[in-house]
Design a protein around this ligand. Structure first.
Ligand code: SF4
Ligand code: SF4
Length: 218
């Protein structure tokens, strides 16, 4: 899931101050799950903006604003049902950065983010989110016992542990967190696959990761 948190209200107000009529869009998937951009948060944001003197001309939820097809469909439906979206002087999107950008690409008016986007992570429970993937494009989980060294190792090392490991803990943060490479070793040992631990992974060619990223099926 894409993990997001709400931006401080003051930052949102600063974006919106030059405008009066605002339309708010929420995300029915990740931001709903994170409780940052679901229906409840959209309504709460509406109330906060109205208290600050804005006119919220409309609100709406898109199942996944990052999906251009769904966002186009939402915009078409809004235009069929009334003029709220067209009347808005600015749009506030409570979704991840990808969702905000899709809305901005499709609307010919100022679009602003209401959330900060942090990472692809696991949800332990609401309010406890942990990074698990940085979308590196060359997944090595098959060689590391299902533990991601890019996100779990503080230095993102593909071969470890480094010299900063002591008693199974990582030097980064003062030996309070487990060293990812010790966890990987233990997992691979339990799997009877220490051959994978001994395998050298060459340095990555990060120039191949230069953005903007694309995955296009031919
Ligand atoms: S190695 Fe880690 S960061 Fe890369 S794709 Fe796999 S889980 Fe994601
Ligand atoms: S101690 Fe382990 S987790 Fe920390 S930086 Fe070194 S290899 Fe990575």
């Amino acid at each position: 899931m894409i993990i997001t948190t709400q931006k401080p209200l003051e930052e949102i107000l600063n974006y919106l101050r030059p405008y009066r009529k605002i339309f708010i869009i929420g995300c029915g998937t990740c931001a709903t799950e994170c409780q940052t951009g679901g229906e409840k948060q959209v309504q709460e944001m509406k109330e906060k903006l109205e208290k600050e003197g804005f006119e919220v001309v409309g609100t709406g939820m898109i199942e996944s604003p990052c999906d251009e097809r769904l966002t186009r469909k939402f915009i078409r439906a809004q235009r069929k049902n009334g003029r709220a979206l067209d009347d808005a002087e600015a749009v506030l999107v409570l979704a991840c950065g990808a969702g905000v950008q899709v809305v901005a690409e499709l609307l010919d008016k100022p679009v602003f983010p209401g959330l900060n986007t942090h990472f692809i992570g696991k949800v332990e429970r609401i309010g406890r989110f942990y990074e698990r993937c940085r979308a590196c494009g060359e997944c090595v989980l098959g060689e590391t016992g299902g533990i991601c060294p890019v996100t779990q190792c503080a230095k993102g090392l593909l071969n470890g542990p480094c010299g900063g490991m002591a008693d199974g803990k990582c030097e980064v943060g003062g030996w309070t967190r487990p060293c990812a490479w010790v966890l990987i070793y233990e997992r691979l040992k339990a799997m009877g696959r220490l051959d994978l631990f001994k395998k050298f992974r060459p340095p990555r060619d990060y120039s191949r990761k230069a953005g903007p990223g694309e995955v296009v099926w031919r």
